[in-house]
Design a binder for this molecule. Structure first.
Ligand code: AMP
Length: 142
């Protein structure tokens, strides 16, 4: 288990402080959901707690519950928005697992039968991501 401290300058902390932009899809007192800028599939989005937590090891139980509730809600929305056959929910802890941004987050990746998840690290098209965010927002309120 890691003893590493939370870094207040991680990229998701900056998004929460409004220092860098994000395609937001849902927000409440405890959580924020927004689009991944390097999507591994159309509609790939992330849900994070607003309270600082590096990963699963320092998440407050109530915050875990709050994020998980939103993950469920957004998962249902992406199923509808992208006519998906399923969703992959992924959550990585520490560098050994592949974690790159050290603020707890859950990935939600819409899946279609027979279609593999795309490779990581490829910047998505901004207009397409904005359009996908709008589709998810619309599904969340319908
Ligand atoms: P992980 O490997 O689980 O830490 O994943 C971090 C994710 O954050 C990756 O899927 C990145 O594409 C995504 N990401 C990095 N920077 C940003 C950003 N500024 N806005 C949205 N997503 C980002």
């Amino acid at each position: 288990m890691s003893n590493s401290e939370y870094d207040t300058n991680n990229i998701f902390a900056k998004i929460l402080r409004g220092e860098i932009p994000a395609h937001k899809i849902y927000e409440d007192d405890e959580t924020l959901a927004f689009m991944d800028i390097m999507p591994r599939g159309e509609g790939h989005c992330l849900v994070i707690p607003k309270s600082p937590a590096r990963n699963i090891f320092d998440m407050e139980p109530d915050s875990l519950i709050a994020v998980t509730k939103v993950v469920q809600r957004v998962s249902k929305a992406v199923m509808a928005a992208f006519n998906a056959d399923g969703v992959t929910i992924q959550q990585l802890n520490e560098a050994a697992s592949g974690q790159e941004v050290f603020h707890y987050h859950c990935h939600i990746i819409p899946r279609h039968d027979g279609v593999k998840v795309g490779p990581p690290g490829i910047m998505g098209d901004g207009e397409q991501i904005a359009a996908n965010a709008e589709r998810i927002r619309a599904a969340l309120i319908s």
